[in-house]
Write a protein that binds this ligand. Structure first.
Ligand code: HOZ
Length: 430
């Protein structure tokens, strides 16, 4: 079937009349790659179908949650069964305990865990908790990392903030921003300098242990261990934002995969099985400061919502019971990497592939991409061109070089071969 986008274009024009920019989250808008976002009608397994009937192999997977593929039957069935007993109570349920117990089993350094409704909420709450626990205001984050859209995090943030080149977010007050300290990712010396300069005023260091909001960027050996040591020496709370990596890189998330434990961990995406879910948890001594045990207030009408819990619980239990999934999906991602390397070698196009587990990105750069400056210096115009070629040939990539690709276990060898063949034709045609 020839690629068509008439219906998506019509829907986008209609959306523009009633939704800001036609989308409910900016990264969906195709602004940096150009063109019209495609409107999705349905999805199953590794494939999306849009409103024009085009079929795509999905490398976004809802920005991470759909690690087992779309409409994974046990999750769909569990949601349907739960919905028949009401969609919300705003009161405790046994399922919330089971969910907390499962998270603790999978991430054993989590003593207590609080469910919320998004990754943004999880990170925002974890930072408030770290401040309440330490009595300090400042925190360190890393340029190009994205921890959701709470005010304090929107300084030199990644994801859509980087994609749209937003330098200062109107509405975030100078008073808030002055407590946000930024260091380049993978630069331990810069962190040490900030800690020396702001001694005894830093509540937390928050980091994506594998960054996924400036493309995929891996921590260099010793970097996370170095942060752990600094936090231990200075009484700083180390927060791992595992919204992307949590239960995607390993049954125990990035902590287990990389062998470094944080004091607090935030989750989202996979933990909700595609429903709006987040969580933050960690050491008992810190978590006990959360209300109603302590005075660090945090709440939510839909926190622990039964549909969200059953979706996430079903997904996590599958990942716990079938750890071979992580090997399978990693093998698929390695095959994708090998395919792109084959397609690019000999073309003269400089490239760097960053990959861990089922997170992947390609940067058209001569030099390794280890931080946001490196990612920004790559030939992102070429990425944008590749994006459209892939889309028109049935491959749905993130519409920005500043986003990680997320693979699902539903991908087949044939899907990966098709993806690589489409990419190879693009590189040949340049
Ligand atoms: N932040 C996620 C990707 N970097 C996706 C959520 C969104 O912003 O829409």
């Amino acid at each position: 079937m020839t690629y068509q986008s008439n219906k998506s274009q019509q829907l986008f024009q209609r959306a523009l009349q009633s939704i800001p920019g036609g989308v409910n989250s900016p990264v969906r808008a195709f602004r940096s790659v150009g063109g019209t976002p495609i409107f999705i009608k349905s999805a199953k397994g590794a494939y999306l179908i849009d409103e024009d009937g085009n079929k795509y192999i999905d490398y976004i997977n809802s920005w991470g949650p759909m690690i087992l593929g779309h409409a994974y039957e046990p999750v769909v069935t569990a949601i349907a069964e739960k919905a028949a007993h009401s969609t919300s109570f705003g009161a405790p349920t046994e399922l919330e305990i089971e969910m907390a117990e499962l998270i603790k089993e999978m991430a054993p350094n989590v003593d207590l865990v609080r469910m919320v409704s998004s990754g943004t909420e999880a990170c925002m709450s974890a930072l408030r908790l770290a401040r309440g626990y330490t009595g300090r205001n400042k925190f360190i984050k890393f340029e190009g990392c994205y921890h959701g859209h709470a005010d304090a995090f929107l300084v030199k943030a990644g994801s859509g903030v980087a994609t749209f080149g937003i330098q200062t977010v109107p509405g975030v007050t100078a008073g808030v921003s002055q407590d946000t300290l930024n260091a380049p990712y993978n630069d331990l010396e810069a962190v040490e300098a900030l800690v020396n300069e702001h001694r005894s005023t830093i509540a937390a260091i928050i980091i994506e242990p594998v960054a996924g909001n400036m493309g995929c960027i891996l921590p260099t050996p010793g970097f996370l261990e170095g942060l752990r040591s600094i936090c231990d020496a200075e009484g700083i709370v180390l927060i791992f934002d595992e919204v992307m990596t949590g239960f995607r890189l390993a049954p125990g998330g990035a902590q287990a995969r990389l062998g470094v434990d944080a004091d607090l961990v935030t989750y989202g995406k996979v933990i909700g099985g595609g429903m709006p879910v987040g969580a933050f948890g960690g050491k008992r001594a810190i978590m006990e400061h959360i209300a109603p045990l302590g005075n660090v207030y945090q709440a939510g009408t839909l926190s622990g919502n039964p549909l969200a819990m059953i979706a996430g619980y079903t997904m996590l239990r599958t990942l716990r019971d079938r750890p071979e999934i992580f090997d399978n999906i990693e093998a698929k991602c390695a095959a994708l990497e090998a395919g792109f390397e084959n397609a690019l070698n000999g073309t003269g196009i400089p490239f760097q592939i960053n990959r861990l587990g089922s997170m992947f990105s390609i940067h058209f750069s001569e030099t390794p991409v280890c931080n946001f400056t490196d990612a920004a210096a790559a030939n992102n115009a070429l990425f944008n061109k590749m994006f459209h070629h892939m889309l028109e040939n049935g491959v749905y990539l993130p519409p920005s070089a500043y986003e990680s690709w997320f693979l699902s276990n539903a991908l087949t060898d044939a899907d990966i071969e098709h993806t690589v063949a489409v990419a190879a034709a693009f590189f040949k045609g340049l």
